[in-house]
Design a protein around this ligand. Structure first.
Ligand code: PEP
Ligand code: MG
Length: 759
């Protein structure tokens, strides 16, 4: 059964559009179950009816014509109850409804399974049989499994269908909306530029071109370069390979000839297809043919063709990258955005980001927030490889992407962009003012930094210090571990830029979703694995070098604070403190005169919440990492778009944990800050202040909004609100009560400028 399932899903995945996909489904399911009928009904959201979309066995002329409401017929029953239905004699069921045009009166038994994707009923899969008999358990299980597997494929095909025709740059195609996760607030109206993973033929889309000669020339160049590579490689390996092994290179060279692959690709380019698309078609056809061969030697040739295809594609992509000019309002779209990609687009041209993978608390989303670029993460149904060059809107407040938006929607979003611009401009005046409530309570607002550009932005926004410098960011954009001297120069830059304000430097926090290209870690559960302090305690040489660099960098400035990430208990803290003291002793022996800097611990693992007083006794300050604390308290991977709905820092459990931390720290007489993304959410900042956090550290983009909001309130009002929220047990009610209270106070403008758009 598993094999059959896998084969069908593979075939359906490769279908060119939704219609073809549904055709394959009904045909293959009917064959493998040996039934006389298999049909798919899809729920049309506009009419709210299940429409017959494909059938094998019923009258094909009824496709698209027969439909039923959720309260009609057996199909409606399966869809509305969201449960399979297995009937020996369908006609005797009270909900049976007869459609003469289908010719279904001949079939007695009925088995239907709902097709559900992310809790949404998409349709119903039905098999029918002439003889009166109940389908057995195995058949029922097969259909249910089939429909669960097909739900995602159908959702994807549907989404692709809604923006089909993109080869012609999507002209005349309808607007479509794709829901993801809010990554970085703000809206953008622009054109999509897709970054495809290098040399992956499977994701290359079809695209028509006007200048066929230019495509031919480009392909000719790629062929030439691959030929040269092959000859060079063959010459280099001449001594190590036997003659017959070297013959493989001749085979490769032959495949590139006009009589083979080369000619076939050219023939397709002539029809107006771009070179990359033509290459994908030819290579995939050959690979499929080779893979079906019985002869093992010939089957192996599939990998040779694929390898050649990849080499050609790499050159075609490289050339295109050289020629690529980014349009003025570039919206960068990728399957998985990486920090490096953000740097590829020239400054001033990047207005929005869309990632198919990842979630609102992935580190790339945190960087996007720091840079103030509206971002949608986890747009899992967006057929990203097909949207290059089309008009697009990114709504980073709600986590929505619109392809081919209407003129009206563009107008509405342009107004939001303008409103946001005006708001930010208006907040400039706050720069030199303290963050002080109406009743005189001061809360220092600090920034989180990592990139060099953050320093200028932070200063422009009036930050009062750095609450979190993510030292791993410079490590991530390097090609090897930076030396002590390189690190020292880097840290000195940060400390000097903010002097005399405090700069909190966190020791290396890699692992999880933060990988170093030169120190790969492969794990099943990276967020529960080798991360943060666990790595650096296992590698004291890395830790000691980093701490020494920090200490030396602070000579004469003395505004350094050291912060330890991912501490789960006292032993880790004591070992870390021991190493820091050792490093301090060493640098002092080398003649560097610096006092011991304050050392703090991050509270981001639930265990640390319950040991907060013991931990606080050993250090000078605490800082809550609410990103990880939320992830670990709620057991929701911060990177996984499937569970992004469950990730909520206003969950009552998180609020109560935060309260415990603040009270615990203060009971030991130690200050406590918060440096997770929650602190930069203006509404959340109100309750964090009310809880008693001594400072809030956030991205520079949001700092003025937080300052504006806190200056409009009194501490006593905020405390009243917090007391009410802490009595509530539902995250949704907490959200709406908090937002409503702020709106009622006339403070809604910094919460969500796009709230009024009804798309
Ligand atoms: C946190 O976990 O809240 C935090 C600030 O650290 P990071 O996001 O870098 O894991
Ligand atoms: Mg963290």
């Amino acid at each position: 059964m598993l094999n059959t399932l896998r084969k069908i899903v593979q075939e359906v995945n490769a279908a060119k559009d939704l219609k073809a996909a549904l055709g394959i489904i009904v045909q293959r399911v009917k064959e493998s179950m040996g039934s006389q009928v298999c049909s798919v009904y899809l729920l049309d959201p506009e009419s709210n009816r299940f429409v017959l979309m494909a059938t094998e066995g019923l009258n094909k002329r009824s496709i698209g014509k027969v439909s039923m409401a959720p309260n009609e017929g057996l199909v409606g029953l399966v869809g509305s109850r969201e449960e399979p239905l297995n009937l020996e004699d369908a006609a005797s069921h009270p909900r049976y409804r007869y459609f003469a045009e289908t010719g279904e009166e001949r079939y007695a038994s009925f088995l239907g399974a709902p097709i559900i994707h992310h809790r949404r009923v998409m349709g119903v899969l039905v098999v029918q049989q002439k003889e009166r008999r109940q389908f057995d358990e195995g058949e029922e299980a097969f259909l249910v499994t089939m429909s669960a597997q097909l739900a995602g494929v159908i959702a994807h095909a549907e989404a692709t269908g809604s923006i089909r025709g993109l080869g012609k740059q999507g002209k005349g195609i309808q607007e479509a909306k794709f829901v993801g996760v809010a990554g970085s607030p703000g809206a953008a109206v622009g054109s999509a530029v897709v970054m495809l993973p290098p040399a992956d033929l499977d994701v290359v889309p079809d695209k028509s071109v006007d200048d066929i000669d230019a495509e031919m020339e480009l392909f000719g160049k790629a062929l030439e370069w691959v030929r040269e590579d092959m000859q060079e490689l063959s010459a280099k390996l001449a001594k190590q390979l036997r003659k017959e092994e070297r013959a493989l290179f001749d085979v490769y060279l032959m495949m590139l000839e006009d009589a083979a692959l080369g000619g076939e690709v050219r023939a397709i380019i002539k029809t107006g297809q771009w070179a990359q698309g033509a290459l994908r078609q030819v290579v995939n056809a050959h690979v499929a043919r080779f893979e079906l061969m019985d002869d093992a030697y010939l089957r192996e040739r599939a990998s040779d063709v694929r390898d050649l295809g990849r080499r050609l594609l790499a050159y075609l992509q490289e050339e295109r990258k050289q020629q690529l000019t980014y349009p003025d309002n570039t919206i960068l779209v990728a399957e998985e955005l990486s920090p490096a990609m953000l740097g590829e687009v020239p400054a001033g041209k990047l207005v929005g980001l869309v990632s198919v993978q990842g979630s609102g608390n992935s580190h790339v989303a945190i960087l996007a927030r720091a840079m103030g670029i509206p971002t949608v993460m986890g747009a899992v149904d967006l057929p990203y490889s097909k949207v290059d060059g089309i008009a697009m809107i990114v709504d980073g407040y709600h986590g929505e992407v619109f392809t081919n938006p209407s003129a009206e929607l563009c107008k509405q979003y342009r107004a939001v962009v303008e409103e946001e611009r005006q708001l930010v401009k208006g907040l400039d005046a706050l720069r030199g003012l303290p963050c002080e409530t109406l009743d005189g309570h001061r809360v220092p607002l600090w920034v989180n930094t990592g990139l060099l550009a953050d320093v200028t932005r932070a200063q422009e926004r009036g930050a009062e210090g750095v609450g979190l410098y993510r030292t791993e960011v410079p490590f991530m954009i390097n090609e090897r571990f930076p030396s002590e001297k390189e690190q020292m120069q880097n840290y000195r830059g940060q400390l000097a830029a903010f002097h005399p304000l405090p700069v909190t430097m966190r020791t290396l926090d890699i692992g999880g979703d933060k990988a170093l290209p030169y120190f790969p870690i492969k794990e099943e559960n990276p967020f529960l694995g080798w991360r943060g302090i666990r790595i650096t305690l296992d590698h004291p040489e890395i830790f000691l070098v980093q701490v020494r660099a920090m200490l030396k960098a602070s000579e004469g400035l003395n505004n350094l604070r050291i912060l330890l990430p991912m501490i789960s208990g006292l032993q880790e803290l004591e070992e870390s403190l021991h190493l820091i003291h050792r490093a301090w002793g060493e640098v002092r022996d080398e003649g560097v005169d610096i006092p011991m800097p304050p050392v703090g611990v991050m509270i981001e693992i639930p265990a640390a919440v319950y040991q907060v007083r013991e931990l606080a006794r050993q250090v000078d300050f605490l800082s809550v990492g609410s990103n990880d604390l939320t992830q670990y308290l709620l057991a929701v991977d911060r990177n996984n778009p499937r569970v992004a709905d469950l990730y909520d820092f206003l969950h009552p459990a998180v609020l109560h944990a935060l309260k415990l931390v603040v009270d615990g720290a203060h009971a030991e007489g130690k200050p406590v800050s918060i440096c997770g993304e929650m602190a930069g959410d203006p509404a959340a900042a109100v309750i964090l202040m009310a809880m008693g956090f001594d400072s809030l550290s956030m991205n520079a983009t949001n700092l003025p909004k937080v300052k504006w909001l806190l200056r409009q309130l009194s501490l006593s009002k905020a405390q009243e609100l917090l007391a009410q929220l802490l009595r509530m047990d539902s995250p949704q009610v907490i959200h709406s009560s908090l937002h409503l209270a702020l709106r009622n106070l006339g403070l809604g403008r910094v919460i969500n400028p796009a709230a009024t758009i009804q798309a």
